[in-house]
Design a protein around this ligand. Structure first.
Ligand SMILES: [Fe+2]
Length: 279
């Protein structure tokens, strides 16, 4: 079976066909997959038939799985694999669909996961696409004034578990000027494997940029989200059963679209891979 790797857009992603990840792949195939992952930021690997342990093993081609912090979603028999489902409920019984606005995973940790993988187990008949934006491509295309404005900025990231995150104003008020309740990461990070610069932005978790007024913070986040999520830097994936997607959190942000019939089950298996402190 010949492995085929085809770019999805000019700026992001590659589709992979002709590989069966239910069993170990050759060293040559593993190298090709890793090169494409680092070069394209996102791989969509088609036509897989994997149980949870096989899926977990497949992700180790790209790195070391790490335990996810919301253990109630971790599979009891294979706890490094977690579920993302539209059947999750909040404590008061409301449907809680996570990850529907632009973000990067676990940026509130000192060493955020370098990659996230999803495997489609059950899908609605239509909708529920996932979007990614390549933050290296977005960085390269920054207007000079915006690039100068964000040069050297440090962002305070903090975790808030709630269905709707507090407003930026509340987060800024709570965070004030120190990082005691959060983690500081540079807004521009350099990819440790490619040396390419990327904007490391998490609109869901950034409390503030150090040394900046709340008004300027909110304005700058809005402008950066607008810039980085333009069609030139993004890819929208329409899932098929058996798709495995894996992306590089060091240079991509993502969101899932809640635009489908919630009477239909949407279930994905998620694995995250250990990463380094952003620099
Ligand atoms: Fe996510």
């Amino acid at each position: 079976m010949a492995v085929t790797i085809t770019p999805l857009t000019d700026s992001i992603g590659a589709e992979v066909t002709g590989v069966d990840l239910s069993q170990p792949v050759s060293p040559e195939t593993a190298d090709a997959l890793r090169r494409a992952f680092v070069g394209r930021g996102l791989l969509v690997i088609r036509d897989q038939t994997l149980d949870a342990p096989q899926y977990l093993a497949a992700t180790t081609i790209f790195g070391a799985p790490m335990r996810q912090h919301l253990d109630r979603f971790n599979l009891p028999d294979c706890p490094d694999v977690a579920t993302i489902s539209n059947q999750e409920k909040t404590k008061d019984g409301k449907i809680n669909v996570r990850g529907v606005s632009w973000h990067t995973d676990h940026s509130f940790q000192p060493e955020p996961p370098k990659a996230t993988a999803l495997y489609a187990v059950s899908l609605p008949s239509k909708g529920g696409d996932t979007d990614w934006a390549h933050m290296g491509a977005a960085y390269d295309a920054l207007p000079a004034t915006l690039r100068a404005e964000i040069e050297g900025l440090q962002a305070v990231h903090a975790y808030t578990e709630s269905r709707l995150p507090p407003s930026l104003t509340e987060r800024i008020a709570a965070g004030e000027d120190d990082a005691s309740d959060g983690v500081v990461h540079p807004l521009i990070r350099t990819h440790p494997e490619t040396g390419r610069k990327a904007i490391y932005l998490n609109p869901l978790r950034v409390r503030r940029f150090r040394g900046m007024t709340p008004e300027r913070c909110a304005d700058l986040i809005d402008r950066l989200v607008w810039h980085t999520t333009q069609p030139a830097f993004t890819y929208t994936h329409r899932w098929r059963l058996g798709d495995m997607a894996i992306w590089d959190n060091r240079c991509c942000i993502h969101r899932g679209n809640p635009d489908y019939d919630f009477g239909e089950l949407r279930l994905l298996y998620r694995v995250i891979l250990a990463g380094d402190r952003p620099h």
